[in-house]
Design a protein around this ligand. Structure first.
Ligand code: NAG
Ligand code: NAG
Length: 168
């Protein structure tokens, strides 16, 4: 192989490798009546205008919630299948049935998909906002209340190793 062909082949494999990365986000799912935390991998991205575009699907009635500092909500259930993205502040989610919990801040791990709805699942989750600033959360209820196509990467929330591709 000439150096040029080698270079092009390497670049192509790099590009193919890069585009194969899906968006990985934490999910508050449910299994057998118990809310659980998992790391999910969503649909493959497309690329355009120099960006990787990760599909999230269609939404209905998205909004931004502002929650005062040091707010304790207690046990709750997902009102619908929805993505929540923390824009500012700090969210702490824990489970009544396990020791697992997650702190969510703005950044590559700021999105969580919440699907532990009360009408289907039992235990729910506990939410509090322990930060000293107002927490801003963008909420995107998924159209038709459909759980997005996904594969489960592992149990427990996604961590920094699951979003390396977003950090660069
Ligand atoms: C679900 O709960 C039932 C009743 O408690 C139990 O018999 C069953 O093994 C559980 N299934 C799983 C997958 O945990
Ligand atoms: C998502 O997880 C997969 C499997 O671990 C990994 O190959 C991929 O790079 C991750 N995506 C991002 C954007 O980091």
């Amino acid at each position: 192989m000439t150096p040029l062909v080698f270079l092009i082949t390497s670049l192509l494999s790099l590009i193919t490798h890069t585009t194969a990365q899906s968006l990985n986000i934490s999910a508050l799912a449910a299994q057998n009546g118990t809310s659980i935390l998992e790391c999910w991998s969503l649909a493959s991205p497309t690329s355009g205008r120099g960006a990787q575009n990760y599909p999230l699907g269609d939404f209905s009635n998205a909004f931004i919630g502002a929650i005062p500092p040091h707010t304790y909500i207690g046990q709750a259930w997902a009102p619908a299948v929805q993505y929540s993205m923390v824009l500012q502040g700090l969210v702490h989610l824990s489970l009544p049935t396990s020791k697992e919990d997650i702190y969510i801040q703005p950044g590559p791990l700021s999105i969580i998909l919440v699907i532990d709805q009360r009408n289907v699942f039992i235990s729910g989750h506990i939410t509090d906002f322990p930060g000293s600033e107002t927490t801003l959360i963008a909420r995107f209820p998924v159209a038709g209340n459909q759980v997005p196509v996904h594969t489960v990467l592992h149990s427990g929330p996604c961590d920094v190793d699951d979003v390396r591709g977003l950090i660069g």
